[in-house]
Design a binder for this molecule. Structure first.
Ligand code: PEP
Length: 254
């Protein structure tokens, strides 16, 4: 049994005070569960990462970054590398979040390089994939997920891929309050595991963690987690409220 994993993506929210308050509240409220029964990570904006790492103190909550750049260093104004993030206490990096794909315009080719650079730089990537509403309505979900998995992991060795956590995040469910049903999520998670089995092997496919993300909340977390191929949750909006995020952590520990 894989330990459930819950990660909170704070997106472009909080400030220098509220990021610390939120981290401290999550750490103290989840002491009983975090680390022991559930693996927990928070993913603050870049600029607050050092303060959040400090605020989390000796708690077992890990910290992630919302993005990384493909190169380790050099003349790339405005970008931040995996080794820099590792240096300030990050363990995880989101790659290919839907807002980066669809608002910023990141391509599968770029995301593939980011996944690879994360692992090379000592970070554990959380690779997000997911279809748009019109793609689901046109019956193209499996085709889109297959293309994303194949392209985003292209050229990565089995060893590199074993460091990756996948997140299925249907774009129509992110920040909309419209969660995928547990069955809809399970179908895509099973497809992702099948694709990983074809690209690598069944053991790797079985061991890899696949999270669901898209309007996960305290009242739907347990139902989603009961699905056989869902190993945890990537939480956006509800992770900004310590009470809700702790309730989600708790429901994953049961
Ligand atoms: C996300 O940002 O990854 C996410 C799942 O957001 P929300 O939970 O708000 O839908």
């Amino acid at each position: 049994m894989k330990k459930p994993f819950v990660a909170g993506n704070w997106k472009m929210n909080t400030d220098s005070h509220t990021s610390i308050e939120l981290a401290e509240s999550i750490a103290s409220g989840s002491l009983e569960f975090a680390g022991r029964r559930v693996h927990v990570a928070v993913i603050p904006p870049f600029v607050y990462i050092p303060a959040v790492v400090k605020a989390l103190g000796t708690s077992s909550i890990a910290v992630g970054a919302q993005d990384i750049y493909t190169e380790p260093q050099g003349a790339f104004t405005g970008e931040i590398s995996a080794s820099m993030l590792k240096d300030i206490g990050c363990n995880y990096a989101l790659c290919g979040h839907s807002e980066r794909r669809h608002v910023i315009g990141e391509t599968d080719e770029l995301i593939n390089k980011k996944v690879s650079a994360s692992v090379s730089g000592g970070l554990l990537p959380i690779l997000c994939v997911g279809e748009l509403l019109e793609e689901r309505q046109a019956g193209r979900t499996n085709e889109v997920i297959t293309r994303q998995i194949n392209s985003d992991l292209a050229g990565l060795s089995a060893e590199k891929v074993s460091a990756v956590t996948l997140a299925y995040e249907p774009v129509w469910a992110i920040g909309t309050g419209q969660t995928a049903t547990p069955q809809q999520a399970q179908e895509v998670h099973a497809l992702i595991r099948k694709l990983l089995g074809e690209m690598y092997d069944n053991q790797l496919a079985e061991e890899i963690r696949i999270l669901y993300g898209g309007s996960a909340k305290p009242d739907n977390a347990a139902d989603l987690m009961h699905q056989p191929d869902i190993n945890g949750l990537l939480v956006g909006g509800a992770s900004l409220n310590a009470h809700d995020f702790i309730a989600i952590i708790k429901s994953l520990s049961e």
